[in-house]
Unconditional design. Structure first.
Length: 193
């Protein structure tokens, strides 16, 4: 092995570790890490997880079903994330899935934290959404009233779709204003391109 190859593979490994640490800090569970950082062994990922979090990763499978993304507040949060993700996917060259995920999730989290709102969605849920989207189970569909794009079932007809902001449940006062601001921001971000 030449020195160049050796230092190249060291640098690559360091990069993989950095990516794993970023994901762990944002709340990724083991399934996310094993799927997105396949170059690091499971044992290595568990050790990194313990180092970053100070505790062992939770055991068990992810309990998520696609229906969670369609309930009111989670739908608005996921839609904000999904719009940012789609924007970055379209306009940022050379970003892979881990980059897209960490950047879009970072922007999503920052936005709602600035609003003083609790995050509905952790990074693992965001990752699971992308899996559902890529599998053709969920997609972004346009609201027929406000023209914003919201997460919907892929098989749901889009000509009659009305989003959760245009038709909120009665208990939804304060969150409604924050959600509207979030969607306006993601639309502005997309239009700035
Ligand atoms: Zn709407």
């Amino acid at each position: 092995m030449t020195t160049t190859t050796a230092s190249k593979s060291l640098a690559d490994e360091a990069a993989q570790v950095m990516r794993a640490v970023t994901l762990i800090k944002l709340g990724a569970r083991m399934q996310v890490l094993e799927s997105e950082i396949p170059k690091l062994s499971r044992e290595r990922l568990i050790r990194l997880y313990r180092e970053v979090k100070g505790a062992s990763p939770p055991k068990g499978m992810l309990p998520f079903s696609e229906d969670w993304y369609l309930t009111w507040a989670p739908n608005i949060h996921t839609s904000m994330f999904a719009n940012v993700y789609a924007f970055l996917e379209t306009y940022s060259d050379g970003l892979d899935r881990v980059d897209l995920l960490t950047r879009a999730y970072g922007l999503y989290a920052e936005h709602f934290q600035v609003q003083g709102e609790l995050l509905q969605m952790d990074l693992t849920r965001a990752w699971t959404f992308i899996r559902f989207r890529d599998a053709g189970i969920l997609r972004l569909a346009g609201c027929t009233r406000c023209r914003g794009k919201f997460v919907a079932h892929a098989h749901e007809p889009s000509h009659s779709m009305v989003c959760g902001i245009c038709r909120p449940p009665s208990r939804a006062g304060k969150t409604k204003a924050a959600a509207k601001a979030a969607l306006e921001r993601s639309v502005a971000l997309a239009q700035a391109a």
